[in-house]
Design a protein around this ligand. Structure first.
Ligand code: FE2
Length: 377
């Protein structure tokens, strides 16, 4: 008896993405002094003045400065009065990320799709108009007091959004090679990682693409767990961290204490030449975590061949990791404000799609040295 193998071709019908996202539109920080913060981000990171909204434009409650570098747009917002929700936000959290604004084609549908699936509305779709056209903005709450805005700007040709005027400045420091938001990490409370993973799956249609448990990410003292959530096209990636039990207080716990709750831990900014970018940032006063020389003694045996010379990487403290698809170079700044809360990662991907798991131990030991110096370990 002969047997024949029947090959059946199954057509996989792609599940329709109910929330198509085209990347990060902007990241908005609530800060104590937006005029000075804008100066800092321009000076240190090479952002360019783009737009402004404030009392001169009819905005009586707050002032916002919009700065840009390539595909990165930051908004720095400060309250003008004490009896103001932004003032309360800053009193509680210090300077931090309030809005992770996402580019959509249809902000009304994005709001409908996500709120129907259990997302808590922050802002019903609103059409903003001026002489340059109209934009639609809606939003839902995510962890802590952080909000995802949906920005539809296909019918808008102005400088940023209605209500903003062009910000002309005589001070235009050169750019530093920062390109776009690679990913944006949230710190959530004890046992809150999985509920937030479920939120991104159910409400926003994201998938969990990577997980790290406390065996991957632990040092002698502290630990954390992390799951990386990605939207369908991979343009938007949100790793979610929660603290894990360790001998001493973990970096996530320190964050939760000083931020007074859950929030954005770091924004990863991509560059095409990390050595040049980080050299410039350091020269302009940006401070990074220090990595011990021992890290570099055996790093190449772990990651294999890399195009760059090891020497400048070691000098700058840039970390290297690899996965099946290539390698990546990354470095982490110290906190961007006095509270030990939000910081930046600078990342250059050379094929790798992962997040630097091989560096976690070296990195966390460095973070713990900083924590110990602050007396919070
Ligand atoms: Fe990261």
């Amino acid at each position: 008896m002969s047997s024949t193998t029947v090959e059946t071709k199954t057509t996989v019908t792609p599940v329709e993405d109910f929330l198509p996202l085209y990347g990060t539109d902007y990241v908005e920080f609530y800060v104590g002094n937006a005029k000075q913060a804008a100066h800092f981000y321009k000076t240190a990171f090479g952002f360019q003045s783009l737009a402004y909204s404030g009392p001169e434009t009819g905005n009586k409650d707050f002032a916002s400065y919009v700065i840009r570098q390539n595909k990165l747009t930051f908004v720095l917002t400060t309250p003008l009065r004490a009896d103001n929700a932004i003032s309360e936000h800053i009193r509680l959290h210090g300077d931090g990320v309030k809005f992770l604004a996402l580019k959509v084609d249809d902000a009304t549908d994005a709001w409908k799709q996500t709120t129907q699936r259990g997302g808590k509305s922050f802002k019903e779709p609103e059409t903003l108009k001026d002489k340059d056209g109209e934009a639609v903005i809606s939003g839902i709450h995510t962890y802590g007091e952080t909000v995802h805005l949906f920005i539809e700007r296909k019918n808008y040709n102005g400088i940023f959004l209605p209500g903003f005027i062009k910000w002309e400045s005589n001070y235009n420091p050169t750019e530093t090679g920062l390109q776009y938001v690679d990913h944006c990490v949230g710190n959530v409370g004890w046992n809150q990682m999985n509920p937030w993973v479920k939120f991104y799956e159910d409400v926003m249609g994201f998938k969990n693409i990577l997980s790290f448990d406390d065996n991957d990410i632990s040092t002698e003292y502290s630990a954390l767990m992390s799951k990386v959530m990605s939207n369908g096209n991979g343009y938007v990636k949100f790793p979610i961290n929660e603290p894990a039990e360790g001998k001493k207080k973990s970096q996530v716990e320190e964050y939760l204490e000083f931020y007074n709750g859950e929030g954005v831990q770091h924004v990863a900014l991509a560059t095409n030449n990390i050595i040049e970018t980080v050299t410039t940032l350091k020269n302009r006063g940006v401070e990074f975590l220090k990595i011990p020389a021992s890290y570099y003694a055996d790093v190449l045996s772990r990651v294999g061949h890399i195009d760059e010379d090891l020497e400048p990487l070691q000098e700058l403290g840039i970390l290297i990791d690899k996965d099946d698809e290539g390698y990546l170079l990354q470095i982490f700044s110290k906190p961007l404000q006095d509270r030990p809360t939000v910081f930046f990662e600078i990342i250059q991907r050379k094929g790798a799609k992962s997040f630097g798991k091989g560096n976690f131990k070296a990195l966390f030991e460095s973070l713990e040295r900083e924590q110990a110096l602050r007396g919070n370990l």
